[in-house]
Design a protein around this ligand. Structure first.
Ligand code: MTE
Ligand code: LUZ
Ligand code: MOS
Length: 770
């Protein structure tokens, strides 16, 4: 089956918030935001804005009748701030005007006087000062302290890991329509309709049932609309509530870049000990997470960092520490991988340092420490997946690793100014929200008398192909044609209390809820069918190609006439399904449990060529073996793998978020923040799937897929590093991401650059150090 919305996208017919028919008299909101990263507000003058022709109203925190703070985990974030500003771009006031242009002009007329306060951007500094969100966490397995002295080699190091911008195509956007009786309908580009509903209700002091949130699809979310769409929706709702007219709030790209949070930067320490054979005996990591100014999802992101801190390796003695550190930048938030990639990067860095110190290949260390089924993760769960080693071996064999290594060695012997490198990147990613209660979903299914089907779930289509996958599931479950099935918008009046569409679990959760609803309807239809056919066993009824079969044999009944008969027999053709993932849980006091329903595994080989005179590199190939389970739609899945990979490669290499010391974002537009394009992507992307059915309860043996492929991209860092070492074998390249061409150059010629700096040299012939 083709992707359901492909044709709409290609024809430009796909509806987003902006494509909804304009209501009469729509007003536009714009946000006045803090110009500095930290300060006390002395005075705020909104009068010049209010006085402008075309301005309808200006709102500040004083106008919020209900709760002024919001946040899923810790409600510490002001919707509009009053006394203090804590990051550049923090909302202070909302202007509502007749046009977007007037609203934006009016924002510029607002004046604010601030007394500047110290700006902290470094998570370690925040940690030392005790600016910590939630409580630091420590996962322990075995006892590292007893083991260090028994190790053949112990190495230590530090990683600096950059953030990442989501760069969804559709910027944050909400349109709010007031309805009769103090109700409101909210069209919002959010991954989290219930959070939007409940936050608006609490802000206005209304019951949730007064707020209806409706989402057709997003122009990308990538985690950036899991928590943070809520703020903009709430501000639009506040305005619409007061003026009782439709109000739209949309962030321009530049405002979106400046005002919204990004992937968490981390500063981490590692210590790793191995025996003579390279078996890892002990591993310790300390993660200082740059959480930004408010809690947002940071403590959950940190938790996932801890869960994935040993990546694909079994290590008998482990201690992982992590702290969410409050800094003066926009609150860091969910981004594909949700802290997992950071934990895995540090682990891979530690292994790299071991391999470099011992003078062996990375994969020699990696391969002998791979998790086997039954191995224990530091968080107490047993590894259940048997496919990890299989993906590793298949990657080695299918892509002929021996030959790749040989040809790279050969190339490097015969080239001086360009060098090649490769890296293997195995991944293991836990599927389930780590907050167990979020692993629930519901679905509402109606069969109409004409045999057509309407399906609502709590899942959000954000480009990941959810609609296509849910349709595939419904087709299979009902045994009817695609044209019979319609996936409705995601709406809080049809589906209550949904979790965010996130954690790669949207199809698993919502698909299972939908199957439970469909199952109820099918049970009723089967009972009717045996009656109609004069048969006895409803279990023998199946439906295929819209034909009703009994024991596999065609009967006189079709889908269409069975449904019609059901209606005439007063049989309920609607059902609500509810699903909660069984068997998961976590004990926070002990930091042990079974948080994940299952794990996703795979292995990638990344190959690069580095121009050692310029620092620029080409990603030659990425070759992946991925355990996909039974695919619901292979085209969608390939798209997710390639897209996730692109995002991972970009995070590690060219996506360079820069703030100055005042906390102002320097990479604040698409000329200074570069993401991978078609030319940056490797010419060769090979993907091989393992297709064993998922033994866990998922729709038709499928496996979750959305986030894991991003983590294959981590390999590129170590492939480039290897090429760097082929040119300049000095020790002491940093584990600092992103590894931009500029950074590569600075690292390759560190000694020369230092000489320039120290001796005020004006010209220098660049030579590799050794
Ligand atoms: N793919 C597209 N095209 N757009 C997106 O916004 N989000 C990613 C991933 N793939 C995203 C995407 C993220 S962060 C997640 S958690 C999953 O999709 C969410 O969808 P799923 O649960 O259905 O995999
Ligand atoms: N969101 C969340 C997530 O709330 N909990 C999670 O565990 C998670 N994991 C990945 C992405 N988003
Ligand atoms: Mo994805 S980071 O779980 O939205």
């Amino acid at each position: 089956m083709k992707r359901i919305d492909a044709a709409y996208h290609v024809r430009g017919e796909a509806e987003y918030v902006d494509d909804m028919p304009l209501p009469g008299e729509m007003l536009y909101a714009a946000v006045f935001a803090s110009p500095i990263a930290h300060g006390k507000i002395l005075t705020l003058d909104t009068n010049p804005a209010s006085a402008m022709e075309g301005v309808v109203a200006v709102f500040t925190a004083d106008d919020i009748p209900g709760q002024k703070l919001w946040g899923t985990i810790i409600a510490d974030s002001p919707l509009l701030t009053t006394d203090e500003v804590c990051y550049v771009g923090q909302p202070v006031a909302v202007v509502v005007a007749k046009t977007q242009a007037i609203a934006q002009k009016a924002v510029k007329k607002i004046t604010i006087k601030l007394a500047e306060l110290p700006v902290i951007l470094d998570p370690r500094e925040a940690f030392i000062r005790g600016h910590i969100i939630g409580t630091p966490r420590t996962f322990v397995l075995g006892n590292v302290d007893h083991i260090w002295k028994k190790c053949h080699l112990v190495v230590e190091g530090t990683c600096e890991i950059g953030g990442q911008e989501h760069l969804y195509l559709e910027t944050q956007r909400t349109r709010v329509i007031p309805l009769e009786g103090n109700a409101m309908r909210v069209y919002s580009a959010t991954q989290n309709p219930y959070l939007t509903q409940s936050t608006i209700a609490q802000m206005l002091g209304l019951p949730c049932h007064q707020i209806e949130v409706d989402v057709k699809r997003l122009g990308g979310g990538f985690g950036g609309k899991e928590e943070q769409a809520t703020l903009w929706a709430s501000l639009a709702a506040l305005a619409a509530w007061y003026v009782q007219k439709p109000v739209e709030l949309v962030l321009s790209r530049l405002d979106d870049l400046k005002m919204t949070g990004k992937r968490h930067p981390y500063s981490s320490d590692f210590k790793i000990g191995v025996n003579k054979q390279g078996k890892i005996l002990a591993y310790e990591a300390k993660h200082y997470q740059n959480a930004g100014a408010y809690a947002d999802l940071s403590t959950a992101v940190l938790e996932r960092t801890l869960f994935h801190s040993t990546n694909t390796y079994f290590i008998p003695n482990v201690r992982i520490f992590g702290a969410s550190c409050r800094t003066n930048q926009a609150p860091s938030t969910a981004l594909r991988g949700f802290g997992g990639p950071q934990g895995m990067f540090v682990m891979e860095s530690a292994i790299t340092k071991v391999a470099e110190t011992l003078g062996v290949s990375r994969e020699e260390i990696q391969s002998q420490n791979l998790l086997k089924p039954g191995d224990i993760f530091p968080y107490g769960q047993e590894m259940e997946a048997s496919s990890l080693r299989q993906t590793w071996l298949e990657a080695e064999q299918t892509y002929n690793l021996a030959e790749i290594k040989q040809s790279i060695a050969h190339y490097n012997r015969h080239h001086f100014e360009t060098k090649k490198g490769y890296a293997l990147m195995p991944i293991c990613f836990g599927i389930s929200f780590t907050a167990t209660f979020l692993n629930q979903a519901s679905a509402l299914v109606h069969v109409y008398i004409d045999g057509s089907v309407s399906i609502s779930t709590g899942g959000i289509e954000m480009g990941q192909g959810l609609t296509t996958k849910l349709t595939e599931i419904a087709i299979k479950a009902f045994g009817i044609g695609e044209e019979r099935i319609k996936l409705e918008t995601t709406n809080t009046t049809r589906i209550a209390n949904m979790s965010a569409s996130a954690a790669s679990a949207t199809t698993d959760l919502n698909g299972n809820a939908m199957l439970l609803a469909i199952g109820q309807i099918l049970d009723r239809l089967r009972t009717l069918a045996v009656k109609e056919l004069g048969m006895s066993n409803p279990q023998k009824i199946t439906i295929a190609n819209e034909q009703i079969l009994y024991a596999g044999e065609k009967t006189k009944l079709t889908w269409a006439n069975l449904v019609e008969k059901a209606h005439l027999s007063r049989i309920n053709l609607s059902a609500h399904g509810f699903y909660a993932t069984p068997g998961i849980g976590f004990n926070h006091a002990q930091e042990k449990g079974h948080p994940f329903a299952y794990h996703i595994c795979g292995t990638a080989i990344v190959e690069v060529t580095l121009d050692c005179l310029r620092g620029i590199y080409v990603i030659d190939a990425v070759k992946i073996v991925h355990d996909l389970g039974r695919s619901l739609n292979e085209l969608v899945d390939i798209g997710q793998i390639e897209g996730g990979l692109a995002q991972g490669l970009g995070w590690m290499t060219i996506e360079d978020l820069r703030l100055n010391a005042k906390g102002e974002l320097l990479s604040n537009n698409l000329a200074t923040y570069k993401i991978p394009d078609i030319y940056f992507m490797p010419d060769q992307i090979d993907i091989k799937f393992l297709t064993e059915e998922n033994p866990m309860i998922t729709p038709y043996g499928s496996k979750a897929l959305g986030e894991p492929p991003l983590m294959y991209g981590i390999g590129v860092f170590f492939a480039i590093r290897q090429a760097m070492r082929a040119f300049n074998s000095q020790d002491g390249f940093g584990f600092i991401s992103p590894l931009t061409p500029e950074r590569v150059l600075c690292e390759l010629y560190r000694d020369e650059l230092q000489e320039i700096a120290e001796n005020n040299v004006t010209s220098l012939s660049l030579q590799p150090s050794k």
